[in-house]
Ligand binder design. Structure first.
Ligand SMILES: Cc1cc2nc3c(=O)[nH]c(=O)nc-3n(C[C@H](O)[C@H](O)[C@H](O)COP(=O)(O)OP(=O)(O)OC[C@H]3O[C@@H](n4cnc5c(N)ncnc54)[C@H](O)[C@@H]3O)c2cc1C
Length: 384
């Protein structure tokens, strides 16, 4: 953030959060940023950085100590998201692992399930993913066709998933399946599947327009036998669990999007002040100042709103509609801001080696995943 921002002091974080931020920022600068270009080439992140993050306490900040974490509040997760956004680090997908999958286990897992997975996840020894989307069922998730048929104390799973983040490197997938195909949303269950289970097959690591260091995979299940004991929560109760966890998933996107905007503003200010055209810094043109004045204003306004959402969520009071509003507004702001900032970098802004180019490409997916922005508008519109 530029020295002048935020103008309205943030009151959300306490001293322990800022100390954690300091550690996370240094960790990302040393262990992530220098390696991103290589990971982008390879299309995935190595296990070593997950283990290092685990050892640094980054993967279990909000998991209770009994399960290998540090037992902090949601604000610690928000700090990590802000720092990843600030650094332009689209990978590793620690948010999906620690802020999306781990909370399902914590809220709905049995004691045995928690003990089996959470300590390894906190240590970065087991990498988690979530498998909801299928080739013919994305927004309309109820149409999923992957089935789990009960046979004694096992389910026999057949079907496929696509676009699964951490699908290549993952050890655990929280898998949404149909246990009663005729019952629509009421026939969905969630299974904790070890990716070494026979019948579990990884497909392609999909080539993407951005987030290139994150692996995004197709998954296939052929007569995969999963113990009934690996079911999360009650049978047929998957839809309710999915809906309740989506509030946090959408807020996560919003927090990160806003931090990305603030970082883009900072980088662009530095660039336009250093770069000259027709004998004066690009910053000295009124067009530049006006456009960045708009960016600065929107980031300032957005920060107050997002901070308030985070505060509400930290005490369990953020509702589905407000989370949808936060996701829509911040991700569309992000696209506008990054487009402006890239333009003000001129041709350099289009070069991959410049963080603004990466940020622009990485941002686009935020309007698509965690529920598309059209679906967010449906959620908001229904409540009006
Ligand atoms: C990089 C990346 C990572 C992902 N990671 C994961 C993951 O880890 N796990 C996972 O399960 N999924 C993941 N996804 C999938 C993501 O959640 C879906 O892509 C998303 O939900 C949209 O589904 P779809 O792609 O099938 O699009 P569709 O549902 O086919 O949508 C196509 C278009 O139709 C619009 N539309 C659909 N329904 C309506 C409606 N009712 N009203 C108005 N417009 C509508 C959509 O908004 C969209 O514009 C990921 C996707 C990407 C791109």
């Amino acid at each position: 953030m530029s020295p002048a921002m935020p103008r309205i002091p943030r009151t959300l974080y306490r001293e322990e959060h800022e100390a954690y931020r300091d550690m996370v920022r240094r960790f990302i600068a040393a262990e992530v940023t220098p390696y991103l270009p290589q990971w982008e080439e390879e299309g995935l992140t190595p296990r070593s950085v997950w283990r290092k993050a685990g050892a640094a306490g980054i993967l279990g900040a909000t998991v209770p100590e009994a399960y290998g974490g540090s037992g902090g509040d949601f604000l610690f997760d928000a700090v990590l998201l802000e720092e990843l956004g600030r650094a332009g680090a689209s990978a590793p997908a620690w948010d999906l692992h620690a802020h999306i999958v781990a909370p399902y286990l914590l809220r709905y897992g049995s004691e045995a399930q928690k003990r089996a997975w959470l300590p390894k996840m906190c240590a970065g020894e087991a990498i988690a993913s979530i498998g909801m989307t299928e080739p013919d069922a994305g927004s309309d998730l109820q149409r999923m066709r992957t089935t789990a048929v009960r046979q004694g104390d096992h389910y026999v799973v057949n079907g496929s998933k696509t676009f699964i983040t951490n699908g290549i490197i993952g050890d655990l997938v929280l898998l949404a399946v149909k246990t009663a195909p005729e019952a629509g949303a009421r026939g969905i269950s969630l299974l904790l599947v070890d990716t070494k289970t026979p019948g579990y097959r990884k497909g392609r690591n999909l080539k993407k327009a951005g987030n290139k260091a994150q692996d995004t995979a197709e998954l296939f299940f052929d007569d995969m036998r999963v113990p009934v004991a690996a079911r999360l929560g009650e049978e047929h109760d998957g839809w309710r669990m999915l809906m309740s966890e989506l509030v946090q998933e959408r807020l996560i996107v919003a927090v990160r999007a806003l931090a990305t905007c603030a970082a883009a503003l900072e980088r662009t200010l530095a660039h336009v002040k250093a770069r000259s055209a027709f004998g004066k810094p690009v910053f000295d043109y009124q067009n530049t100042r006006f456009r960045l004045a708009d960016v600065a204003t929107e980031v300032e306004v957005g920060q107050v709103f997002v901070d308030r959402c985070v505060e509400l969520h930290a005490r369990g009071a953020l509702d589905m509609v407000t989370a949808a509003m936060a996701k829509v507004w911040t991700t569309e702001l992000q696209d506008r801001v990054l487009d402006t900032c890239l333009q003000l970098h001129g041709g350099y802004g289009y070069m991959w080696e410049y963080p603004i180019a990466r940020a622009w490409a990485d941002a686009r997916v935020h309007r698509i995943y965690a529920g598309t922005n059209e679906i967010m508008r449906e959620i908001i519109g229904r409540q009006l």
